[in-house]
Design a protein around this ligand. Sequence first.
Ligand SMILES: Nc1ncnc2c1ncn2[C@@H]1O[C@H](COP(=O)(O)OP(=O)(O)O)[C@@H](O)[C@H]1O
Ligand SMILES: [Mg+2]
Length: 387
Amino acid sequence: MPSSPSSRPLRVLHLEDSELDHELALAHLRRGGLVVNCTRVESRTEFEQALGQPWDLVLSDYNLPGFSGIQALQLMRARGLELPFVLVSGEIGEETAVDAMRNGASDYLLKANLARLAPAVEHAIEAAESRRARAMADREVQDSRAQLSALAQHLQTSIETERTAIAREIHDDVGGSLTALKFDLDWIRRHADSPAVQQRAVEAIELLTHAIDASKRVMHNLRPAILEQGLVAALQWMAGNFERRTGIECSFHTSHESLQLPAGVPLVAYRTAQEALTNVSKHAQASRVRIELTVGAGVLSLEISDNGRGMSDTDRAKDRSFGLRGLHERASTVGGWVDLSSGADGTCLILSVPIGPMAVPSPEEADMAEAPASRRREHDPSAWTPL
Ligand SMILES: Nc1ncnc2c1ncn2[C@@H]1O[C@H](COP(=O)(O)OP(=O)(O)O)[C@@H](O)[C@H]1O
Ligand SMILES: [Mg+2]
């Protein structure tokens, strides 16, 4: 039965000033095998009132006294009603037909050719149905994408919070106790009469020094305290450290010696550089990498480019690789984004974050923001002030 989806009669609203034409259309619909429940209205007021009820389709005459089919169609669309709309006219010129279709009519036909009415109505309803289904599916996909992205962003933020909490605990509990222990052992060494005990104490202090260094390292990986000295200092330190560790030449360039950045941005930039450098050492087979931090037109841009082997589309789409994907989500937590380009001459990753016009401080503000490189104190990863 080619009627409504639930096989109830099709609810048709017929805008038609002639009772005879209405009967004729109805006869054609029924002859075409459709079970219809059709209501005729003939004025704008009646039509508007009727739109408040549920319909499966609107069938409309083209010319009515003081009203027209096109106006009816526009009125319906203005109300956000996506009902299928079939226009029927005594004579329909090409221009009118084009106008009707442009306004979103599902179909148009001549009163002289009503044999086509039933198939046209069926087709219009099917098309509207599949449009509705597609729109719903699109909405669902969009919703679930948004949810997934919100979840990923939430995870990134919770990971950072968790890392900070663990780092704080290591600092306060483990770090504190180890340092106290070191003092005690040193006291024992100084007060011990037996050289054997003194020697044991020296060895224990050495071991403890290793443990303290290790806990500082762990703490730093969990929460980069160097960021307290500003992003510029942190990236400079990261570049030097990377070069020492990997032997890959790593240079750092910046357009500004100090920057005032919105909360959260330095950590996102730091983690981005960290992941990009890890990727360079793991995958790129590069001999050189360049980090560039610039601010222009209110946008912070961090670019990490290597001269390595580049990556393919398959590399980026790896199922179990979350580094690059995580960067996109991380960037969006501060309203930014990540662009990636890669070719035979290497890979370039750019983080962009709009930060507004206040990003670059005046020389006086700069003094209060980050200390210039020359005046930065020696980095102490165990230092603890809020980021
Ligand atoms: N700088 C790079 N040079 C070459 N290939 C890279 C580079 N960065 C990433 N890739 C490729 O992209 C893939 C995805 O990277 P990523 O999402 O960080 O995941 P993971 O590092 O865990 O593999 C990597 O496995 C690697 O094949
Ligand atoms: Mg990675």
